[in-house]
Write a protein that binds this ligand. Structure first.
Ligand SMILES: [Zn+2]
Length: 147
């Protein structure tokens, strides 16, 4: 099943912010126990997204969010490489690295850093933040999977 089809099974109005500013958590957040930790989380099961390479839990399908009016974006980097990117409000299985970069950002006003799988270090996408109050993850959709 295509991941976009799977995401369509989760209504947008359940857990996705409809706007407004989120508080940024500037420090690297890793949660290797993500899958077993949230006993008080009432969201439905089979909601996890995984690293396509090593199957580590990266985040939740229901954390997908819209940026500039769309969940997914077709982006091209300065080297001409195309990425199909999906936006998530959280992805606790990602390790964030590198300096914040404003140049070549696909999302005006947002700076980016590298987001990688904390287990196998595969580059999964980017962490974007703006004015230290808003952030999201842009994950490369063919590098993540779900059950
Ligand atoms: Zn991995």
């Amino acid at each position: 099943m295509d991941i976009l089809a799977a995401m369509a099974e989760y209504p947008y109005d359940t857990h996705v912010s409809t706007g407004g500013e989120r508080f940024c958590m500037p420090n690297k957040i890793l949660d290797p126990d993500l899958k077993t930790r949230d006993a008080d989380d009432t969201r439905p099961g089979k909601d996890f997204i995984y690293c396509a390479r090593c199957s580590t839990v990266i985040g939740r399908i229901s954390d997908r969010t819209e940026v500039n009016g769309s969940f997914d974006h077709h982006c091209t980097n300065p080297h001409g490489i195309n990425f199909h990117v999906g936006c998530f409000s959280q992805a606790l299985g990602c390790a964030i690295s590198g300096q914040r970069m404003a140049a070549d950002s696909w999302f005006p006003g947002f700076r980016w850093r590298i987001a990688s799988c904390e287990q196998c270090q595969t580059h999964l996408g980017w962490y974007f933040d703006r004015r230290d109050t808003e952030f999201f993850y842009g994950l490369i959709l063919d590098r993540i999977q779900y059950e």
